[in-house]
Design a protein around this ligand. Structure first.
Ligand code: F6P
Length: 320
């Protein structure tokens, strides 16, 4: 391995910079050159490639976002795009690429590997929706950001004795919603994985809680369920209790990464380079049962995971 390329792809996530820094500095420790591929696979196809040295990644550890920029790239789904990407890597002498992103980004890494470029993926997404790993870069920061925002909504909701529906990100997964549900002590949590929720039962619950003297009713709604504004209108009409919807949106993706995101991302970055140096390719780094491990990308993409029913039942019991 002589030259390692590194890119971030898909939605940005706090901690991606820590991972890039670790890739760059570990590669340098091995005596390799490092190139930054800007704007993900899209930047690769546009030849947006820069030299990176130890100083290029100074002062980024504590910064949110990704200093390499990121993008989603439909063109890289085509064989023509993939071949062009591999050619551009070769032109720059890049023999190996570290891809930081989600499942879609790992598919890109898989295709590059098939075309003779060594690749390794690092899970980076606030959604935690990568089946092979219990940790993804950015989830911890995003949950903490959402939790703090929800605490604030709760203050005003209580003052006005309102019901509040707060919509959190997660695409088709409910991990952010479930964690906030537990961390914020929400009365109800709506998850896409359990989309059979009964709105009439929620309305009954709100009325019952109000009779018991509860001053607010917090509903955490995952974006995969959606429709928070229309739901708020229906709940207000049915209960007579003022109801507001708050969609937290992209604020959940920004901000300085937590210690956990900085540390795990740094270790995964170093692990990825170690794995490449050990001759591995078409792999993805994961955190499983308390250990950093790696899986074949094909195997990782075939895995499935779901919301833990025990965690959901705990949230329900504690929300009384
Ligand atoms: O995957 C991260 C994520 O923030 C999802 O939670 C959300 O559905 C999506 O990206 C939003 O994408 P965009 O930033 O392109 O609107």
């Amino acid at each position: 391995i002589k030259t390692i390329g590194v890119l971030t792809s898909g939605g940005d996530a706090p901690g991606m910079n820590a991972a890039v820094r670790a890739v760059v500095r570990t590669a340098i420790a091995y005596g390799c050159s490092v190139k930054g591929i800007q704007k993900g696979f899209s930047g690769l196809l546009d030849d947006e490639i820069i030299d990176l040295n130890a100083g290029s990644v100074a002062d980024i550890l504590s910064r949110g976002g990704t200093f390499l920029y990121t993008a989603r790239c439909p063109e890289f789904k085509t064989l023509e795009g993939q071949k062009k990407g591999a050619e551009i890597c070769r032109k720059h002498g890049i023999d190996s690429v570290v891809v930081i992103g989600g499942d879609g980004s790992f598919q890109g890494a898989q295709k590059l590997a098939a075309l003779g470029i060594n690749t390794i993926g690092i899970p980076g997404t606030i959604d935690l929706d990568i089946a092979c790993t219990e940790y993804t870069i950015g989830f911890d920061t995003a949950v903490n950001t959402a939790m703090e925002a929800i605490d604030k909504v709760r203050d005003t909701s209580t003052s006005h004795e309102r019901c509040s529906i707060i919509e959190v990100m997660g695409r088709n997964a409910g991990y952010i919603a479930l964690w906030c549900g537990i961390a914020n002590g929400a009365e109800d949590i709506l998850l896409p994985e359990l989309y059979n929720f009964d709105e009439a039962a929620i309305i009954d619950n709100i009325i019952k809680n109000r009779k018991r003297g509860k001053k607010h009713h917090i509903i955490i709604n995952a974006e995969g369920v959606g429709h928070s504004t229309s739901m708020a209108k229906r709940i207000e009409a049915a209960t007579g209790i003022e109801t507001r919807a708050t969609i937290l949106g992209h604020l959940q993706r920004g901000g300085s990464p937590t210690a956990k995101d900085r540390v795990y991302a740094s270790i995964m970055g170093a692990y990825a380079v170690d794995a490449l140096m050990a001759g591995k390719s078409n792999r993805v780094v994961a955190y499983k049962h308390g250990e950093y491990v790696d899986y074949d990308i094909d195997e990782a993409l075939a895995m499935q995971k779901d919301i833990d029913p025990f965690q959901y039942s705990v949230a329900k019991i504690l929300s009384i």
